[in-house]
Design a protein around this ligand. Structure first.
Ligand SMILES: [Zn+2]
Length: 97
C-alpha cells in the first residue's frame, strides 16, 4: 500500500496508490545475476514499497523494495530498455503494481 510522502515538501518521485485495474507485474525474487548493476532511476525512499529502474548485463528491469521486514526484494523480468521503461512508467503512474 502506497502512502503519501511524510514530508509534503519532498520533491522525490512518489508512486501513487495503484489503480483498481493496475496490471500485476510478474515479480520474481531478486537474485545476484550480474557483477555490476546500475540504478538509472528510483522512487523516493520516504515511502514503501520503493522502486528502482536498474540495468545490468545489457538488460533492464525494475526492482521493488519492500519496507524493512516486509518481505523480499523482488524484480521484474530482465528485458529491453524500451520494455522496461514502459513498465517503469506504468508503475510510477499507478497503472502497474
Ligand atoms: Zn519522498
Amino acid at each position: 500500500m502506497s502512502r503519501p510522502p511524510l514530508d509534503p515538501e519532498c520533491l522525490g518521485l512518489h508512486v501513487p496508490t495503484p489503480r483498481a485495474d493496475a496490471i500485476r507485474v510478474d515479480w520474481a525474487k531478486s537474485l545476484p545475476r550480474a557483477d555490476r548493476l546500475r540504478v538509472r532511476g528510483h522512487t523516493c525512499a520516504c515511502t514503501y514499497p520503493a522502486f528502482e529502474l536498474c540495468t545490468a548485463a545489457g538488460l533492464w528491469f525494475v526492482r521493488r523494495l519492500p519496507a524493512k521486514g516486509l518481505g523480499d526484494i523482488v524484480e521484474s523480468a530482465w528485458t529491453s530498455a524500451s520494455a522496461t521503461e514502459e513498465l517503469w512508467l506504468q508503475i510510477v503512474t499507478g497503472r502497474a503494481r
